[in-house]
Design a protein around this ligand. Structure first.
Ligand code: MSP
Length: 512
Protein backbone atom coordinates (compact mmCIF):
# COMPACT_ATOMS: atom_id res chain seq x y z
CA UNK A 1 0.00 0.00 0.00
CA UNK A 2 1.39 3.44 -0.88
CA UNK A 3 1.84 5.98 1.89
CA UNK A 4 -0.90 8.38 2.83
CA UNK A 5 0.58 11.76 1.96
CA UNK A 6 -0.89 14.93 3.45
CA UNK A 7 0.24 18.53 3.46
CA UNK A 8 -0.45 21.89 5.09
CA UNK A 9 0.27 25.27 3.52
CA UNK A 10 3.73 26.65 4.10
CA UNK A 11 3.23 29.54 6.47
CA UNK A 12 4.77 32.95 5.86
CA UNK A 13 7.48 33.75 8.35
CA UNK A 14 6.83 37.49 8.49
CA UNK A 15 5.16 36.99 11.87
CA UNK A 16 4.75 34.42 14.60
CA UNK A 17 2.17 31.68 14.18
CA UNK A 18 -1.38 32.40 15.32
CA UNK A 19 -4.45 30.35 16.01
CA UNK A 20 -5.41 30.18 12.29
CA UNK A 21 -2.13 28.47 11.41
CA UNK A 22 -2.50 26.21 14.43
CA UNK A 23 -5.96 25.20 13.21
CA UNK A 24 -4.77 23.87 9.86
CA UNK A 25 -1.99 21.92 11.51
CA UNK A 26 -4.28 20.49 14.17
CA UNK A 27 -6.72 19.31 11.48
CA UNK A 28 -3.86 17.79 9.51
CA UNK A 29 -2.44 16.14 12.60
CA UNK A 30 -5.82 14.67 13.46
CA UNK A 31 -6.00 13.13 9.98
CA UNK A 32 -2.40 11.87 10.15
CA UNK A 33 -2.94 10.22 13.55
CA UNK A 34 -6.22 8.67 12.42
CA UNK A 35 -4.51 7.18 9.38
CA UNK A 36 -1.70 5.71 11.48
CA UNK A 37 -4.25 4.30 13.91
CA UNK A 38 -5.93 2.77 10.89
CA UNK A 39 -2.74 0.90 10.04
CA UNK A 40 -1.66 3.19 7.20
CA UNK A 41 1.82 4.52 6.74
CA UNK A 42 1.76 8.32 6.64
CA UNK A 43 3.90 11.14 5.33
CA UNK A 44 2.85 14.48 6.81
CA UNK A 45 4.51 17.57 5.38
CA UNK A 46 4.45 21.09 6.78
CA UNK A 47 6.87 23.99 6.72
CA UNK A 48 7.51 27.66 6.08
CA UNK A 49 7.31 30.01 3.11
CA UNK A 50 10.35 32.23 3.43
CA UNK A 51 10.75 34.29 0.26
CA UNK A 52 9.13 37.46 -0.99
CA UNK A 53 8.93 41.13 -0.32
CA UNK A 54 6.89 41.05 2.83
CA UNK A 55 9.32 38.70 4.53
CA UNK A 56 12.24 40.91 3.57
CA UNK A 57 10.38 43.95 4.82
CA UNK A 58 9.54 42.26 8.12
CA UNK A 59 13.23 41.46 8.64
CA UNK A 60 14.19 45.06 7.84
CA UNK A 61 11.56 46.35 10.26
CA UNK A 62 13.26 44.31 12.98
CA UNK A 63 16.70 45.46 11.84
CA UNK A 64 17.68 41.89 11.23
CA UNK A 65 19.53 40.11 8.52
CA UNK A 66 16.84 38.38 6.47
CA UNK A 67 18.46 34.94 6.60
CA UNK A 68 18.78 35.08 10.34
CA UNK A 69 15.24 36.40 10.63
CA UNK A 70 13.66 33.56 8.60
CA UNK A 71 15.67 31.00 10.51
CA UNK A 72 14.38 32.33 13.84
CA UNK A 73 10.80 32.51 12.66
CA UNK A 74 10.90 28.99 11.21
CA UNK A 75 11.96 27.86 14.69
CA UNK A 76 8.93 29.51 16.28
CA UNK A 77 6.68 27.48 14.01
CA UNK A 78 8.57 24.28 14.78
CA UNK A 79 8.38 24.95 18.47
CA UNK A 80 4.63 25.59 18.37
CA UNK A 81 4.08 22.36 16.44
CA UNK A 82 6.03 20.51 19.08
CA UNK A 83 3.91 21.96 21.85
CA UNK A 84 0.71 21.19 19.99
CA UNK A 85 1.81 17.59 19.40
CA UNK A 86 1.81 17.98 15.63
CA UNK A 87 3.27 14.73 14.37
CA UNK A 88 4.68 15.96 11.06
CA UNK A 89 7.26 13.82 9.28
CA UNK A 90 9.13 16.54 7.46
CA UNK A 91 9.41 20.31 7.87
CA UNK A 92 10.27 22.03 4.61
CA UNK A 93 11.67 25.54 4.32
CA UNK A 94 11.59 27.19 0.91
CA UNK A 95 15.10 28.59 1.41
CA UNK A 96 16.60 25.08 1.55
CA UNK A 97 18.86 24.16 -1.35
CA UNK A 98 16.99 20.94 -2.05
CA UNK A 99 13.79 22.94 -2.63
CA UNK A 100 15.54 25.69 -4.61
CA UNK A 101 16.98 23.04 -6.96
CA UNK A 102 13.54 21.60 -7.63
CA UNK A 103 12.08 25.05 -8.36
CA UNK A 104 14.85 25.68 -10.94
CA UNK A 105 14.30 22.31 -12.51
CA UNK A 106 10.54 22.81 -12.73
CA UNK A 107 10.93 26.18 -14.44
CA UNK A 108 13.39 24.76 -16.96
CA UNK A 109 11.16 21.78 -17.70
CA UNK A 110 8.06 23.88 -18.16
CA UNK A 111 9.99 26.38 -20.29
CA UNK A 112 11.32 23.61 -22.53
CA UNK A 113 7.76 22.47 -22.97
CA UNK A 114 6.85 25.91 -24.28
CA UNK A 115 4.63 26.87 -21.34
CA UNK A 116 6.74 29.84 -20.15
CA UNK A 117 7.29 33.01 -22.19
CA UNK A 118 8.50 36.58 -21.66
CA UNK A 119 6.18 39.54 -22.08
CA UNK A 120 5.15 42.90 -20.70
CA UNK A 121 3.19 42.86 -17.51
CA UNK A 122 0.76 45.48 -16.33
CA UNK A 123 -1.32 44.62 -13.35
CA UNK A 124 -2.66 45.26 -9.91
CA UNK A 125 -0.46 43.97 -7.17
CA UNK A 126 -1.10 43.65 -3.45
CA UNK A 127 2.19 43.76 -1.64
CA UNK A 128 1.11 42.29 1.72
CA UNK A 129 -0.68 39.39 -0.01
CA UNK A 130 1.97 38.96 -2.71
CA UNK A 131 -0.87 38.53 -5.16
CA UNK A 132 -1.79 39.93 -8.53
CA UNK A 133 -5.41 40.73 -9.25
CA UNK A 134 -7.32 41.56 -12.37
CA UNK A 135 -8.84 44.98 -12.85
CA UNK A 136 -12.36 43.67 -12.34
CA UNK A 137 -11.45 41.91 -9.09
CA UNK A 138 -9.85 45.07 -7.73
CA UNK A 139 -12.83 47.18 -8.82
CA UNK A 140 -15.35 44.86 -7.26
CA UNK A 141 -13.51 44.75 -3.94
CA UNK A 142 -12.40 48.39 -4.06
CA UNK A 143 -8.87 47.24 -3.27
CA UNK A 144 -7.22 43.90 -2.66
CA UNK A 145 -9.97 41.24 -2.61
CA UNK A 146 -8.20 39.48 0.28
CA UNK A 147 -6.97 42.14 2.70
CA UNK A 148 -8.95 45.15 1.34
CA UNK A 149 -5.86 47.34 1.24
CA UNK A 150 -4.81 49.51 -1.69
CA UNK A 151 -3.12 47.77 -4.59
CA UNK A 152 -0.32 49.11 -6.79
CA UNK A 153 -0.27 49.23 -10.57
CA UNK A 154 2.88 47.59 -11.84
CA UNK A 155 4.24 47.59 -15.40
CA UNK A 156 7.39 45.67 -16.36
CA UNK A 157 8.84 42.84 -18.49
CA UNK A 158 8.33 39.46 -16.90
CA UNK A 159 8.04 35.73 -17.46
CA UNK A 160 4.62 34.15 -17.71
CA UNK A 161 3.30 30.67 -17.20
CA UNK A 162 0.56 29.64 -19.63
CA UNK A 163 -2.37 29.07 -17.30
CA UNK A 164 -4.83 29.96 -20.03
CA UNK A 165 -3.72 27.05 -22.21
CA UNK A 166 -4.99 24.63 -19.55
CA UNK A 167 -8.25 26.27 -18.56
CA UNK A 168 -10.50 23.94 -20.54
CA UNK A 169 -8.58 20.92 -19.45
CA UNK A 170 -8.93 21.93 -15.77
CA UNK A 171 -12.65 22.57 -16.05
CA UNK A 172 -13.12 19.21 -17.70
CA UNK A 173 -10.98 17.55 -15.03
CA UNK A 174 -13.05 19.12 -12.27
CA UNK A 175 -16.28 18.03 -13.89
CA UNK A 176 -15.05 14.47 -14.18
CA UNK A 177 -13.72 14.48 -10.62
CA UNK A 178 -16.31 16.09 -8.37
CA UNK A 179 -14.40 15.02 -5.24
CA UNK A 180 -11.22 16.82 -6.34
CA UNK A 181 -12.00 19.98 -4.38
CA UNK A 182 -13.79 19.72 -1.04
CA UNK A 183 -16.11 20.69 0.54
CA UNK A 184 -18.75 20.86 -2.18
CA UNK A 185 -19.31 24.62 -1.80
CA UNK A 186 -15.64 25.24 -2.60
CA UNK A 187 -15.78 22.85 -5.54
CA UNK A 188 -18.76 24.78 -6.92
CA UNK A 189 -16.90 28.05 -6.45
CA UNK A 190 -13.89 26.88 -8.43
CA UNK A 191 -16.02 25.43 -11.23
CA UNK A 192 -18.10 28.55 -11.54
CA UNK A 193 -14.99 30.76 -11.46
CA UNK A 194 -13.57 28.81 -14.38
CA UNK A 195 -16.86 28.88 -16.25
CA UNK A 196 -17.27 32.63 -15.88
CA UNK A 197 -13.73 33.93 -16.25
CA UNK A 198 -10.93 33.63 -18.73
CA UNK A 199 -7.73 32.71 -16.97
CA UNK A 200 -4.89 35.13 -17.49
CA UNK A 201 -1.39 33.69 -17.72
CA UNK A 202 0.45 33.80 -14.43
CA UNK A 203 3.34 36.19 -14.00
CA UNK A 204 5.97 34.00 -12.34
CA UNK A 205 9.02 36.27 -12.20
CA UNK A 206 9.88 39.45 -10.32
CA UNK A 207 12.69 41.79 -11.39
CA UNK A 208 15.57 41.61 -8.92
CA UNK A 209 15.94 45.37 -8.91
CA UNK A 210 12.47 45.58 -7.36
CA UNK A 211 12.44 42.39 -5.32
CA UNK A 212 15.68 40.69 -4.43
CA UNK A 213 14.64 38.11 -1.84
CA UNK A 214 13.68 35.03 -3.80
CA UNK A 215 14.94 32.07 -5.77
CA UNK A 216 17.03 33.08 -8.81
CA UNK A 217 15.00 32.71 -11.96
CA UNK A 218 16.92 30.00 -13.79
CA UNK A 219 16.39 31.43 -17.27
CA UNK A 220 17.40 35.00 -16.57
CA UNK A 221 19.46 36.30 -13.68
CA UNK A 222 17.73 39.67 -13.66
CA UNK A 223 14.78 38.01 -12.01
CA UNK A 224 13.68 35.97 -9.03
CA UNK A 225 10.80 33.48 -8.95
CA UNK A 226 7.32 34.67 -7.87
CA UNK A 227 6.87 33.47 -4.30
CA UNK A 228 3.67 31.50 -4.95
CA UNK A 229 5.20 29.58 -7.86
CA UNK A 230 8.16 28.82 -5.62
CA UNK A 231 6.09 27.80 -2.59
CA UNK A 232 3.58 25.49 -4.28
CA UNK A 233 6.44 23.40 -5.58
CA UNK A 234 7.22 22.37 -1.99
CA UNK A 235 4.56 19.69 -2.28
CA UNK A 236 6.78 17.81 -4.71
CA UNK A 237 10.20 18.92 -3.48
CA UNK A 238 9.29 17.90 0.09
CA UNK A 239 8.38 14.45 -1.19
CA UNK A 240 11.76 13.89 -2.83
CA UNK A 241 10.87 14.83 -6.42
CA UNK A 242 14.48 15.24 -7.57
CA UNK A 243 16.42 13.76 -4.71
CA UNK A 244 14.69 10.43 -4.05
CA UNK A 245 12.59 8.99 -6.82
CA UNK A 246 11.63 5.85 -4.87
CA UNK A 247 10.25 7.97 -2.08
CA UNK A 248 8.52 10.28 -4.52
CA UNK A 249 6.91 7.43 -6.39
CA UNK A 250 5.59 5.90 -3.20
CA UNK A 251 4.13 9.24 -2.06
CA UNK A 252 2.81 10.89 -5.17
CA UNK A 253 0.03 11.80 -5.79
CA UNK A 254 -0.66 13.60 -2.54
CA UNK A 255 -3.78 12.27 -0.80
CA UNK A 256 -4.95 15.53 0.70
CA UNK A 257 -3.79 19.14 0.64
CA UNK A 258 -5.25 21.10 3.56
CA UNK A 259 -5.52 24.89 3.51
CA UNK A 260 -8.12 27.56 4.21
CA UNK A 261 -10.39 29.04 1.59
CA UNK A 262 -8.19 32.18 1.25
CA UNK A 263 -5.69 30.25 -0.82
CA UNK A 264 -8.02 27.90 -2.64
CA UNK A 265 -7.48 29.64 -6.00
CA UNK A 266 -3.73 29.03 -5.77
CA UNK A 267 -4.25 25.37 -4.87
CA UNK A 268 -7.19 24.48 -7.08
CA UNK A 269 -6.18 26.41 -10.20
CA UNK A 270 -2.46 27.28 -10.31
CA UNK A 271 -1.22 24.10 -8.69
CA UNK A 272 -3.13 21.51 -10.78
CA UNK A 273 -2.10 23.36 -13.93
CA UNK A 274 1.55 23.38 -12.82
CA UNK A 275 1.32 19.65 -12.21
CA UNK A 276 -0.33 19.08 -15.56
CA UNK A 277 2.47 21.00 -17.28
CA UNK A 278 4.93 18.78 -15.44
CA UNK A 279 2.94 15.72 -16.48
CA UNK A 280 2.44 14.66 -12.89
CA UNK A 281 -0.67 13.05 -11.47
CA UNK A 282 -3.26 15.29 -9.81
CA UNK A 283 -3.65 15.43 -6.01
CA UNK A 284 -6.51 13.26 -4.82
CA UNK A 285 -8.20 15.94 -2.70
CA UNK A 286 -7.77 19.67 -2.19
CA UNK A 287 -9.58 20.51 1.03
CA UNK A 288 -10.26 24.15 1.89
CA UNK A 289 -11.43 24.68 5.46
CA UNK A 290 -13.13 27.75 6.87
CA UNK A 291 -11.76 30.69 8.81
CA UNK A 292 -11.64 31.36 12.49
CA UNK A 293 -13.10 34.79 12.99
CA UNK A 294 -13.65 37.26 15.75
CA UNK A 295 -16.99 38.85 15.05
CA UNK A 296 -17.11 39.38 11.30
CA UNK A 297 -13.35 39.52 10.83
CA UNK A 298 -11.01 36.72 9.86
CA UNK A 299 -8.27 36.31 12.45
CA UNK A 300 -5.09 37.50 10.74
CA UNK A 301 -1.97 39.51 11.26
CA UNK A 302 -3.06 42.12 8.73
CA UNK A 303 -6.33 42.69 10.64
CA UNK A 304 -4.42 42.93 13.91
CA UNK A 305 -6.72 40.56 15.83
CA UNK A 306 -4.51 37.53 16.26
CA UNK A 307 -4.95 34.99 19.05
CA UNK A 308 -1.72 33.50 20.31
CA UNK A 309 -2.02 29.71 20.70
CA UNK A 310 0.80 29.60 23.25
CA UNK A 311 -1.16 31.87 25.58
CA UNK A 312 -4.26 29.71 25.20
CA UNK A 313 -2.35 26.53 25.92
CA UNK A 314 -1.28 27.95 29.26
CA UNK A 315 -4.90 28.25 30.35
CA UNK A 316 -6.73 25.42 28.63
CA UNK A 317 -3.94 22.94 27.87
CA UNK A 318 -2.86 21.51 24.54
CA UNK A 319 -5.66 18.97 24.30
CA UNK A 320 -8.21 21.53 25.46
CA UNK A 321 -7.21 23.72 22.54
CA UNK A 322 -7.09 20.86 20.05
CA UNK A 323 -10.50 19.64 21.18
CA UNK A 324 -12.09 23.08 20.96
CA UNK A 325 -10.75 23.67 17.45
CA UNK A 326 -11.82 20.26 16.19
CA UNK A 327 -15.20 20.12 17.93
CA UNK A 328 -16.61 23.59 17.76
CA UNK A 329 -17.30 23.77 14.01
CA UNK A 330 -17.36 21.30 11.12
CA UNK A 331 -14.10 21.59 9.21
CA UNK A 332 -15.39 23.35 6.08
CA UNK A 333 -17.26 26.09 7.91
CA UNK A 334 -16.16 29.37 9.55
CA UNK A 335 -15.86 29.38 13.33
CA UNK A 336 -16.32 32.17 15.79
CA UNK A 337 -13.61 32.40 18.34
CA UNK A 338 -14.71 33.48 21.79
CA UNK A 339 -13.70 32.80 25.33
CA UNK A 340 -17.26 31.92 26.37
CA UNK A 341 -17.47 29.30 23.59
CA UNK A 342 -14.21 27.76 24.84
CA UNK A 343 -15.38 27.65 28.46
CA UNK A 344 -18.72 26.08 27.56
CA UNK A 345 -17.18 23.45 25.37
CA UNK A 346 -14.38 22.48 27.69
CA UNK A 347 -16.28 22.53 30.96
CA UNK A 348 -19.18 20.60 29.58
CA UNK A 349 -17.59 18.08 27.20
CA UNK A 350 -14.19 17.59 28.77
CA UNK A 351 -14.48 18.33 32.50
CA UNK A 352 -18.05 17.09 33.02
CA UNK A 353 -18.51 14.31 30.47
CA UNK A 354 -15.17 12.66 29.72
CA UNK A 355 -13.12 13.78 32.72
CA UNK A 356 -15.80 12.91 35.19
CA UNK A 357 -16.51 9.51 33.65
CA UNK A 358 -12.86 8.51 33.85
CA UNK A 359 -12.34 9.90 37.35
CA UNK A 360 -15.37 8.37 38.96
CA UNK A 361 -14.94 4.99 37.29
CA UNK A 362 -11.33 4.70 38.40
CA UNK A 363 -12.29 5.97 41.82
CA UNK A 364 -14.86 3.17 42.17
CA UNK A 365 -12.41 0.57 40.86
CA UNK A 366 -9.91 1.60 43.55
CA UNK A 367 -12.44 1.96 46.31
CA UNK A 368 -14.36 -1.25 45.70
CA UNK A 369 -11.69 -3.57 44.22
CA UNK A 370 -8.33 -2.01 45.11
CA UNK A 371 -7.87 -1.15 41.45
CA UNK A 372 -8.08 -4.71 40.08
CA UNK A 373 -11.13 -5.50 37.98
CA UNK A 374 -11.37 -8.63 35.92
CA UNK A 375 -14.04 -10.79 34.30
CA UNK A 376 -14.08 -14.24 32.77
CA UNK A 377 -17.31 -13.77 30.88
CA UNK A 378 -18.12 -10.93 28.60
CA UNK A 379 -21.19 -8.89 29.38
CA UNK A 380 -21.76 -5.83 27.24
CA UNK A 381 -24.55 -3.63 28.57
CA UNK A 382 -27.38 -3.53 26.00
CA UNK A 383 -27.43 0.26 25.89
CA UNK A 384 -23.72 0.33 24.88
CA UNK A 385 -24.24 -1.84 21.83
CA UNK A 386 -25.77 0.58 19.31
CA UNK A 387 -23.07 3.14 20.14
CA UNK A 388 -20.26 0.66 19.78
CA UNK A 389 -21.71 -0.57 16.49
CA UNK A 390 -22.08 2.97 15.26
CA UNK A 391 -18.46 3.77 16.13
CA UNK A 392 -17.21 0.59 14.57
CA UNK A 393 -19.17 1.14 11.39
CA UNK A 394 -19.05 4.89 10.92
CA UNK A 395 -16.11 6.42 12.80
CA UNK A 396 -13.56 5.65 10.09
CA UNK A 397 -15.85 6.91 7.33
CA UNK A 398 -16.42 10.21 9.15
CA UNK A 399 -12.69 10.61 9.71
CA UNK A 400 -11.89 9.84 6.08
CA UNK A 401 -14.41 12.47 5.03
CA UNK A 402 -12.74 15.03 7.36
CA UNK A 403 -16.04 15.13 9.23
CA UNK A 404 -14.31 15.37 12.58
CA UNK A 405 -17.17 16.94 14.48
CA UNK A 406 -19.43 14.06 13.50
CA UNK A 407 -16.85 11.50 14.64
CA UNK A 408 -16.61 13.34 17.97
CA UNK A 409 -20.36 13.46 18.20
CA UNK A 410 -20.52 9.67 18.01
CA UNK A 411 -17.81 9.29 20.64
CA UNK A 412 -19.58 11.70 22.96
CA UNK A 413 -22.89 9.91 22.61
CA UNK A 414 -21.11 6.81 23.86
CA UNK A 415 -19.44 8.72 26.71
CA UNK A 416 -22.79 10.12 27.76
CA UNK A 417 -24.46 6.74 27.70
CA UNK A 418 -21.70 5.44 29.98
CA UNK A 419 -22.33 8.32 32.37
CA UNK A 420 -26.04 7.57 32.28
CA UNK A 421 -25.28 3.92 32.95
CA UNK A 422 -23.46 4.90 36.13
CA UNK A 423 -26.34 7.05 37.30
CA UNK A 424 -28.99 4.43 36.53
CA UNK A 425 -27.07 1.47 37.97
CA UNK A 426 -26.26 3.25 41.24
CA UNK A 427 -23.12 1.24 41.99
CA UNK A 428 -22.93 2.55 45.56
CA UNK A 429 -26.14 0.58 46.26
CA UNK A 430 -24.65 -2.58 44.72
CA UNK A 431 -21.70 -2.08 47.06
CA UNK A 432 -23.93 -1.60 50.08
CA UNK A 433 -25.92 -4.69 49.19
CA UNK A 434 -22.71 -6.64 48.64
CA UNK A 435 -23.62 -7.53 45.05
CA UNK A 436 -19.94 -7.74 44.21
CA UNK A 437 -20.20 -9.84 41.02
CA UNK A 438 -22.65 -7.42 39.55
CA UNK A 439 -20.54 -4.47 40.63
CA UNK A 440 -17.42 -6.05 39.18
CA UNK A 441 -19.05 -6.75 35.85
CA UNK A 442 -20.52 -3.23 35.75
CA UNK A 443 -17.13 -1.65 36.41
CA UNK A 444 -15.39 -3.88 33.91
CA UNK A 445 -17.76 -2.83 31.15
CA UNK A 446 -17.17 0.83 31.98
CA UNK A 447 -13.40 0.37 31.96
CA UNK A 448 -13.63 -1.41 28.61
CA UNK A 449 -15.80 1.41 27.28
CA UNK A 450 -13.24 3.94 28.50
CA UNK A 451 -10.39 1.96 26.93
CA UNK A 452 -12.20 1.98 23.59
CA UNK A 453 -12.98 5.69 23.95
CA UNK A 454 -9.29 6.39 24.58
CA UNK A 455 -8.46 4.83 21.23
CA UNK A 456 -11.11 6.75 19.34
CA UNK A 457 -10.11 10.10 20.82
CA UNK A 458 -6.41 9.59 20.10
CA UNK A 459 -6.32 11.58 16.82
CA UNK A 460 -8.00 14.51 18.56
CA UNK A 461 -6.32 14.50 21.96
CA UNK A 462 -3.25 12.27 21.87
CA UNK A 463 -1.94 13.13 25.34
CA UNK A 464 -5.33 12.58 26.95
CA UNK A 465 -5.68 9.27 25.19
CA UNK A 466 -2.29 8.19 26.53
CA UNK A 467 -3.10 9.47 30.02
CA UNK A 468 -6.31 7.44 30.10
CA UNK A 469 -4.57 4.27 28.94
CA UNK A 470 -1.83 4.80 31.52
CA UNK A 471 -4.43 5.07 34.30
CA UNK A 472 -6.08 1.92 32.99
CA UNK A 473 -2.72 0.17 33.23
CA UNK A 474 -2.50 -0.37 29.46
CA UNK A 475 0.70 0.13 27.55
CA UNK A 476 0.20 2.88 24.99
CA UNK A 477 1.85 0.70 22.36
CA UNK A 478 -1.73 -0.18 21.52
CA UNK A 479 -1.90 3.19 19.80
CA UNK A 480 1.11 2.67 17.61
CA UNK A 481 -0.70 1.22 14.65
CA UNK A 482 -3.75 -0.68 13.58
CA UNK A 483 -5.48 0.01 16.91
CA UNK A 484 -8.76 0.58 15.12
CA UNK A 485 -8.79 -3.00 13.93
CA UNK A 486 -8.83 -4.19 17.54
CA UNK A 487 -11.33 -1.95 19.16
CA UNK A 488 -14.04 -4.43 20.15
CA UNK A 489 -15.08 -5.28 23.73
CA UNK A 490 -13.02 -8.10 25.19
CA UNK A 491 -12.53 -10.10 28.37
CA UNK A 492 -9.54 -9.33 30.56
CA UNK A 493 -8.16 -7.68 33.62
CA UNK A 494 -7.57 -4.06 34.54
CA UNK A 495 -5.14 -2.91 37.18
CA UNK A 496 -5.94 0.78 37.36
CA UNK A 497 -4.24 3.72 39.00
CA UNK A 498 -6.21 6.91 39.27
CA UNK A 499 -4.47 10.24 38.68
CA UNK A 500 -5.62 13.84 39.01
CA UNK A 501 -8.82 14.69 37.06
CA UNK A 502 -7.96 14.98 33.35
CA UNK A 503 -9.61 18.35 32.86
CA UNK A 504 -9.97 20.80 35.73
CA UNK A 505 -12.92 23.15 35.24
CA UNK A 506 -11.97 26.49 33.75
CA UNK A 507 -13.15 29.53 35.62
CA UNK A 508 -14.43 32.40 33.50
CA UNK A 509 -11.99 34.85 35.11
CA UNK A 510 -9.15 33.00 33.33
CA UNK A 511 -9.83 35.10 30.26
CA UNK A 512 -8.59 38.28 31.94
N1 MSP B 1 2.52 31.13 2.28
C1 MSP B 1 1.19 31.00 1.82
C2 MSP B 1 0.86 29.54 1.55
C3 MSP B 1 1.74 28.86 0.57
S1 MSP B 1 1.31 27.19 0.40
C4 MSP B 1 2.25 26.64 -0.82
C5 MSP B 1 0.24 31.53 2.88
N2 MSP B 1 0.73 31.59 4.11
S2 MSP B 1 -0.10 32.13 5.39
O1 MSP B 1 0.87 32.20 6.46
O2 MSP B 1 -0.81 33.31 5.09
O3 MSP B 1 -1.06 30.97 5.76
C6 MSP B 1 -2.36 30.88 5.22
C7 MSP B 1 -3.01 29.67 5.82
O4 MSP B 1 -2.99 29.76 7.27
C8 MSP B 1 -4.50 29.51 5.50
O5 MSP B 1 -4.74 28.93 4.26
C9 MSP B 1 -4.91 28.62 6.64
O6 MSP B 1 -4.43 27.33 6.41
C10 MSP B 1 -4.18 29.24 7.81
N3 MSP B 1 -4.93 30.36 8.37
C11 MSP B 1 -4.49 31.64 8.53
N4 MSP B 1 -5.47 32.36 9.14
C12 MSP B 1 -6.54 31.59 9.39
C13 MSP B 1 -7.78 31.79 10.04
N5 MSP B 1 -8.14 32.94 10.56
N6 MSP B 1 -8.61 30.74 10.12
C14 MSP B 1 -8.29 29.51 9.62
N7 MSP B 1 -7.12 29.28 9.01
C15 MSP B 1 -6.25 30.30 8.86
O7 MSP B 1 -0.90 31.81 2.54
Amino acid sequence: MSDFYLTTPLYYVNASPHIGHAYTNVISDCMARFRRLNGESVFFLTGTDEHGEKIKKAAEDCNEDVEKFVEEKAQTFKSLWKQLNISYDFFIRTTEKSHVDVVSKVIKTVYDKGDIYKSKYRGFYCLPCESFWTESQVKEAAGCPDCKRDVEIIEEDNYFFKLSKYQEWLLEYLKNNPGFVKPKTRYNEVVSFLERNTLEDLCISRPKKRLGWGIDFPLDNNYVVYVWFDALINYISGAGYLSDSDKFNSLWPVDIHFMAKDILRHHAIFWPIMLKALELEMPRVIFAHGWWKIGEDKISKSRGNIVNPLELIKTIGVDGLRYFLLREVPVGVDGNFSWSAIINRLNSDLANDLGNLVYRTLNMAEKYFKGVVQVKELHIPERFKPHLDCLQNDYAASMEEVDFSSALDKIWKFINIMNKHVEDTKPWILWKEKKLDELNSFLFSLLEGIRITAIYIYPFMPSTSEAILRQLGIDNDVLSSNALKDVAFRIGKFRVKKEEPLFPRIESESSD
